[in-house]
Design a protein around this ligand. Structure first.
Ligand code: ATP
Length: 248
């Protein structure tokens, strides 16, 4: 282990395999994410990004390899691992009759945490939701507003690992920018973030590192500080081309 590595990564995958029948969805995937690090997992449709998230969450069982969340082996203690994870799905479902604060308080309570009005407002603000929307019914919310409440719900859990599945898909530039701020705020609090995304443009802004996945294999990993946004796009296209995959 290098001196720069932390003793316990927030997430570690070692040689993880997953097959669906004779389709190899993941082939020996290994990666690690340190506390406070934001990692963007890029890849075309069918690359294995959602499968990776489902394995980490314990919704699927791996056919080989090992997954650890904050040092907990997911295969041995699925619920213990899941308790340390906050998950923001691509589509956030909220109670349409409840306002943003009530939704947040309700879902936080379901997750075992009671939060008061001030904490709810602070979390919603951190997640980028404007104050005037805090007391509006969620039934009228745009996708971007629902994503922000979803991020606040995830932050309320005080987890060590935040998983995001296509967090900016279908969001306009301003909503995507707000969400990126929320993710960076979580990272500054020491939360590790794994973000599956097609949004190459955001990666430079949000992530410290990126990995390019294609047909269940990690083709390359890079630090985003070493690359410009256009170099990230060029790298992505070049790696997929070399692997014989189609960019999406
Ligand atoms: N439940 C399943 N049964 C059979 N095959 C599956 C199942 N889930 C995923 N796959 C296959 O596994 C591979 C990886 O799919 P996955 O959904 O993880 O990709 P992805 O990178 O998330 O794609 P997208 O960007 O389209 O969401 C694909 O070939 C997919 O068809």
């Amino acid at each position: 282990m290098s001196l720069l590595q932390t003793a316990t990564d927030a997430l570690r995958l070692d040689g993880v395999r997953k097959d669906f029948g004779d389709r190899h969805a993941l082939q020996s995937l290994s990666l690690g994410i340190a506390p406070g690090e934001v990692y963007a997992l890029l890849g075309p449709n069918g690359a294995g990004k959602t499968t990776t998230l489902n394995l980490i969450l314990g919704f699927l069982d791996a056919d080989g390899g090992r997954i650890e969340v904050a040092g907990i082996d997911v295969a041995r203690d699925r619920l213990g691992a899941r308790a340390r994870i906050a998950y923001l799905p691509e589509t956030v479902m909220l109670h349409p009759q409840l306002d943003a604060i009530e939704n947040l308080s309700y879902f936080a309570l379901l997750g075992g945490r009671r939060i008061d009005g001030k904490q709810a407002r602070d979390l919603l603000t951190q997640a980028g939701l404007q104050a005037e929307a805090h007391t509006r019914r969620a039934g009228g919310f745009s996708k971007g507003m629902r994503q922000k409440v979803g991020l606040a719900i995830a932050l309320a859990k005080d987890a060590q690992l935040l998983l995001l599945d296509e967090p900016t898909s279908g969001l306009d530039a301003s909503a995507a920018n707000d969400l990126s701020h929320g993710v960076r705020a979580a990272s500054r609090r020491g939360v590790a973030v794994l973000m599956a995304t097609h949004d190459l443009y955001r990666v430079k802004d949000v992530a410290h590192r990126l990995g390019i996945l294609s047909a269940g294999r990690l083709l390359t990993e890079r630090r985003t500080a070493e690359l410009s946004a256009s170099q990230i796009e060029a790298l992505y296209l070049q790696e997929l081309d070399a692997a014989g995959a189609v960019a999406a």
